[in-house]
Design a binder for this molecule. Structure first.
Ligand SMILES: NC(=O)C1=CN([C@@H]2O[C@H](COP(=O)(O)OP(=O)(O)OC[C@H]3O[C@@H](n4cnc5c(N)ncnc54)[C@H](OP(=O)(O)O)[C@@H]3O)[C@@H](O)[C@H]2O)C=CC1
Ligand SMILES: O=C1O[C@H](COP(=O)(O)O)[C@@H](O)[C@H](O)[C@H]1O
Length: 680
């Protein structure tokens, strides 16, 4: 069997992004049996007219189909009572499927594999229509059909549907029939389904590594040192159009009993025998068994009411104002509960869970508070408890809140944060580099030439070292910060972004210039990167020979700044006049600073959500290669950034050649975005 290496950094930025080829191959390899087989499969979505089908099931099936991760001979059947057609179903989920332009043909092929059957849930005759479909397929393919029935229906109809499936829709013994049901679970079941999407989150996975991969935390991870554990899950939006589901579930069964409980067990469990799923699960089960039932006195529930000041449009109205929520609903949208783990490690330590919708912010995190230092020698009240914070969302991060000495002559203390997993930086760098990549292929071509970085650098082969740099004498810890950061930013597969990272680290001068104008965090990263930078001297002829003819105020500006008083001839290309080069470097530094300023301003203003930089970069990429006219680009960007942030898009004009810029600004104006004349 072949071995495939899959880089965890390939994790997708958003669920709709195509998987990397490596990961697809790996998945295919691990599913070879099922994916490459010929027998026909029928995937039936009961409740195809519903919310879950529209938002999750159809889009996910499409992504799997697109990435060739489904068996070749798979057919999808939507089933519901509503009078629908495949066209209508397509309309209902196409937006959520986020089909890219280059995927349109495949999407049509996917739709061709889909059928809709209108039928009831309580009459066996309707189910016979479904079985006719299966039989017909069996006849056409001359092979037994495997059946997978997904019940995207309210639990109230599960019993009759499964009964009718048994009566009319089973296989004939030479293939299989399976049924999937959805959460909420937990009213009358003694088993809880074990798949939980929270376990796929980077920071949730990191909990184990932090605990079991560090000597530091192991000895203090117990009741002797930990005072409390707080697990918070807050959302600033309401039911997001899923009131039908949510009102029958409530926040406790929606997130607390599953997602937050998973987090709790990971925090509280003993070290598993191995990293095998079964071994981990065994330890989690022991934690659950050590937990006494929650007492009512330890629970607070609530329901959000209208908050006209809320930043989120949905939370401006109250839960009961939602048109799909019954007026007299008493479903909790908020819950705080204190849980206990009665074992030797945790006896007496409260595990406080807080979760809710329609709250002041979106935040999901764990806070582990350590006990006070015994024998305190500082002024009363000065020492704060040490706290470990693991933030799951937004902007995953891990940091430790510690007491440190205040700089100065006395022994005053202050609270400091030690960032262990500074993903904020990673995200910022990703944003930053994404936006820099915009420059790299458009008007910054000139600057790139100035920096004498060959455009042809092949970043695909990048394996953790910067090509062309002698690494033998480098301190790996310094430079690896940058590499790790870039890797964490999930951008290492994007050659243009790597082009940029390397472009800015390739000469000492440029790295310094970048440092000057970037924020402190960027400075730290780039200074570390600087360690690796060889002091190559810039040759000016490259600028002259490689500069493009694109014209924009910014480009012209750059070009004039970079044009030497007397242009050296090509034959003197490699001879560098040091003083000229120094002046020139100063000018380039200045221009780089200005550009960086613009990029930062632009980047920081517009980028808020994790998936946006990626979509933004894609749009820009298409525009760069001439695949997207400027008007269409503008429209798509306006759509992407929504009404609140579209103003920030005006800054993008700085990247454009004059003619395009005019078109861009006037198109923005038509769409209600006022262009700041000063900026222009
Ligand atoms: N939506 C979500 O995000 C989530 C949903 N779930 C679970 O998934 C399942 C489906 O959820 P969702 O799609 O939101 O549900 P919906 O309320 O949208 O219902 C799905 C479909 O079921 C049919 N239906 C609705 N009410 C009834 C009823 N009383 N009797 C018979 N049929 C009915 C309707 O189809 P038609 O009338 O056309 O037959 C409807 O389109 C539920 O079990 C829910 O708890 C779990 C997690 C998240
Ligand atoms: O399962 C659910 O999880 C989401 C929160 O998960 P996230 O990955 O989007 O943060 C929650 O909004 C939803 O109500 C719940 O059903």
């Amino acid at each position: 069997m072949s071995t495939l290496q899959v880089n965890v950094g390939d994790r997708r930025v958003s669920r709709s992004d195509p998987l990397s080829p490596d990961l697809i191959n790996y998945l295919k390899e691990s599913m070879r049996e099922s994916v490459q087989q010929d027998p026909p499969y029928v995937f039936v979505i009961f409740g195809a007219s519903g919310d879950l089908a529209r938002k999750k099931i159809y889009p996910t099936l499409w992504w799997l189909y697109r990435d060739d991760l489904l068996p070749k001979n798979v057919h999808f059947v939507g089933y519901a009572r509503s009078d629908l057609t495949m066209e209508k179903i397509r309309d209902s989920f196409e937006k959520n499927a986020k089909v890219r332009d280059n995927e349109k043909d495949k999407f049509e092929a996917f739709l061709k594999q889909n059928t809709y059957i209108q039928g009831s849930y309580d009459k066996v005759e309707s189910f016979k229509k479904l079985q006719e479909f299966n039989d017909d397929l069996q006849k056409r393919t001359k092979q037994p059909v495997n059946r997978l029935y997904y019940l995207a229906l309210p639990p109230s109809v599960f019993a009759e549907v499964t009964q009718h499936l048994k009566e009319a829709c089973m296989d004939y013994g030479d293939s299989w029939t399976r049924i999937i049901i959805e959460k909420p679970f937990g009213t009358d079941k003694d088993q809880i389904y074990r798949i939980d999407h929270y376990l796929g989150k980077e920071m949730v996975q990191n909990l184990m590594t932090l605990r079991f991969g560090n000597r530091l935390f192991g000895p203090s991870w117990n009741r002797d040192h930990i005072a409390s554990v707080v697990i918070t899950f807050k959302e600033d939006f309401g039911t997001a159009g899923r009131a039908g589901y949510f009102d029958t579930s409530g926040i406790i069964r929606d997130v607390m009993q599953n997602h937050l409980m998973q987090v709790l067990t990971l925090l509280a469990m003993e070290k598993p025998v191995s990293l095998n799923a079964e071994d981990i699960r065994d330890e989690k089960v022991k934690v659950l068994k050590s937990m006494p039932p929650v007492e009512l006195k330890d629970v607070i529930v609530g329901q959000y009411v209208a908050n006209p000041d809320s930043a989120h449009p949905e939370a401006k109205a109250g839960y009961l104002d939602d048109k799909d929520v019954p007026n007299d609903s008493v479903t909790p949208t908020y819950c705080m509960a204190v849980l206990k783990v009665n074992n030797e490690r945790w006896d007496g330590v409260p595990f406080i869970m807080k979760c809710g919708k329609g709250l002041d912010e979106k935040k999901s995190e764990v806070r582990i508070q350590f006990r006070e230092v015994p024998g305190d020698i500082y002024a009363p009240g000065e020492l704060k408890r040490t706290e470990l914070v693991i933030r799951v969302a937004p902007n995953e991060a891990v940091y430790l809140k510690l007491m440190t000495k205040k700089p100065g002559m006395d022994f005053g203390v202050e609270e400091s944060e030690l960032w262990i997993y500074p993903t904020i930086v990673a995200i910022m760098v990703s944003v930053y580099l994404m936006h820099m990549s915009v420059y790299s292929l458009k008007s910054l071509w000139d600057l790139k030439s100035i920096l004498s970085v060959p455009m042809s650098l092949n970043m695909h082969g990048f394996g953790g070292v910067i090509p062309g740099v002698d690494h033998t004498n480098l301190d790996p810890s310094g430079r690896s910060d940058l590499l790790r950061t870039i890797d964490k930013a999930k951008v290492h597969k994007n050659p243009s972004i790597f082009d940029l990272a390397i472009m800015y680290c390739r000469t000492k001068e440029i790295a310094e210039a970048v440092c000057e104008c970037a924020s402190n965090r960027f400075q730290r990263i780039y200074r570390e990167a600087l360690i690796t930078v060889p002091s190559t001297v810039i040759t000016r002829n490259r600028l002259l020979t490689e500069s493009r003819t694109a014209s924009s105020p910014l480009v012209d500006d750059l070009r004039s700044a970079a044009t030497p008083p007397r242009a050296p001839s090509a034959s003197t290309a490699s001879t560098v006049n040091t003083s000229l080069a120094n002046d020139y470097i100063q000018e380039v530094k200045q221009k780089t600073c200005n550009l960086m300023g613009n990029v930062l301003t632009f980047g920081l203003l517009v980028v808020c959500l994790p998936n946006e930089p990626r979509e933004f970069a894609e749009l820009i990429g298409r525009w760069q290669v001439g695949d997207l006219p400027v008007r269409e680009l503008t429209l798509k960007l306006i759509e992407l950034y929504g009404p609140e942030r579209r103003q920030a898009l005006t800054k993008l004009g700085a990247l454009m050649a004059e003619q395009e810029q005019e078109e861009f600004y006037s198109f923005l104006a038509i769409n209600g975005v006022q262009v700041d004349l000063d900026f222009r």
